[in-house]
Ligand binder design. Structure first.
Ligand SMILES: [Zn+2]
Length: 345
């Protein structure tokens, strides 16, 4: 590989690390600028909190959900879905993402049918791949606040409209009052359909929810999962089974009890120290005003450890295994070069 020998600062090195983004909500990726433009276009009134220069803070997960719901009110037609998808993937690629697996919440949108949304999203994915070389897959996700019955309807939509871009299903939104066992039927159907399975658990819900997702819902991955650290037996099980966790540092500052990202007491550091399989992701980069570079840097880890987290993201992805094996060698060579060029200041 041809090497550019310019020295790299830590931030530049981290930005260049090849990464896969595995926990990102399409609707939460929308930038404030785009949110405001779409609100103007569709004449939707936004709360005064959401203005172009806003620095957004949230008390907890419930307040975050309340604010982020405005994304659903401004993404109304196919053009909006294509635009938001393309912008999301462009932002990911700018921060080193080579591959993105993203959620979207079909049941939370009321203006288009599932197939129309899917088609518009796929156009954005193809445009981004042509322009930036970033590949992507979709994880339609059930808004658990709509309940178990709606989960069955959600799964019918996904089943009746199969697409090669749809790799799995997820479970998202407020966690505590909506335990995972409510969605057993949804996940059983998804598994039969051959889809991969993931669920938000252990963000502000207990370790038992993580356990249910793994042992009863048969999840392949856990989104967040922080409360796993409250149960040492479950920690041992996750280590033994090689369970992948898609963690999101900045989110924890707003929605969990762990708000000091560089503290060894933070759940993500405890998970890494215990040998769990952790990946780093952005969750809702628009509403949390973040990007992959910021998320990797936020933990205060040395570049070597961050490079390992980047490789983890490839291993945790749902790309076909032969493709992952092919990319691993290429990513490792790039990482070696980046580490050689790194000159911390
Ligand atoms: Zn999430």
């Amino acid at each position: 590989m041809r090497s550019n020998r310019n020295p790299l600062t830590t931030a530049e090195a981290v930005r260049l690390l090849p990464k896969a983004e595995l926990h990102l909500h399409l609707e939460g990726s929308i930038s404030l600028t785009t949110l405001i433009e779409l609100a103007d276009k569709h004449q939707v009134a936004l709360p005064s909190k959401l203005h172009a220069e806003a620095v957004l803070e949230y008390r907890d997960l419930d307040e975050f959900i309340e604010v982020s719901m405005f994304a659903f009110q401004v993404m109304l037609n196919s053009e909006d879905f294509t635009r938001v998808t393309f912008e999301m993937l462009s932002h990911c690629a700018e921060h080193g993402a080579r591959h993105v697996e993203f959620f979207f919440s079909p049941s939370s949108h009321k203006h288009l049918v599932y197939s129309q949304m899917l088609e518009a999203i796929c156009i954005g994915m193809r445009l981004a791949e042509e322009r930036f070389g970033v590949t992507s897959l979709i994880i339609p996700s059930h808004n658990r606040m709509l309940g178990a019955e709606a989960g069955i309807d959600f799964m019918k939509l996904v089943e009746t409209c199969p697409a090669p871009e749809v790799v799995g299903v997820g479970l998202e939104f407020a966690e505590r009052n909506y335990p995972p066992e409510l969605y057993l039927a949804l996940f059983a159907t998804a598994k039969k359909t051959g889809l991969r399975l993931t669920a938000h658990a252990g963000e502000d819900g207990p370790a038992a929810y993580v356990e249910t997702c793994l042992k009863r819902l048969s999840c392949d991955r856990i989104d967040h999962g922080y409360h796993v650290i409250d149960d040492s037996d479950l920690m041992a099980y996750c280590k033994d089974q090689g369970v992948w966790f898609t963690c999101c540092p900045t989110t924890t500052k707003h929605t969990t009890v762990w708000r000091e990202l560089t503290s060894s007491e933070h759940a993500i550091h405890q998970m890494i120290a215990a040998g769990l399989n952790v990946t780093i992701n952005t969750d809702d980069p628009g509403f949390f005003q973040t990007d992959l570079t910021k998320e990797y840097l936020a933990l205060g880890l040395p570049l070597g450890a961050l490079a390992q987290l980047a490789l983890n993201s490839l291993d945790a992805s749902w790309m076909p295994e032969p493709e992952k094996a092919r990319l691993r060698g290429l990513w490792q060579a790039e990482i070696d070069d980046i580490i050689q060029r790194h000159q911390p200041r």
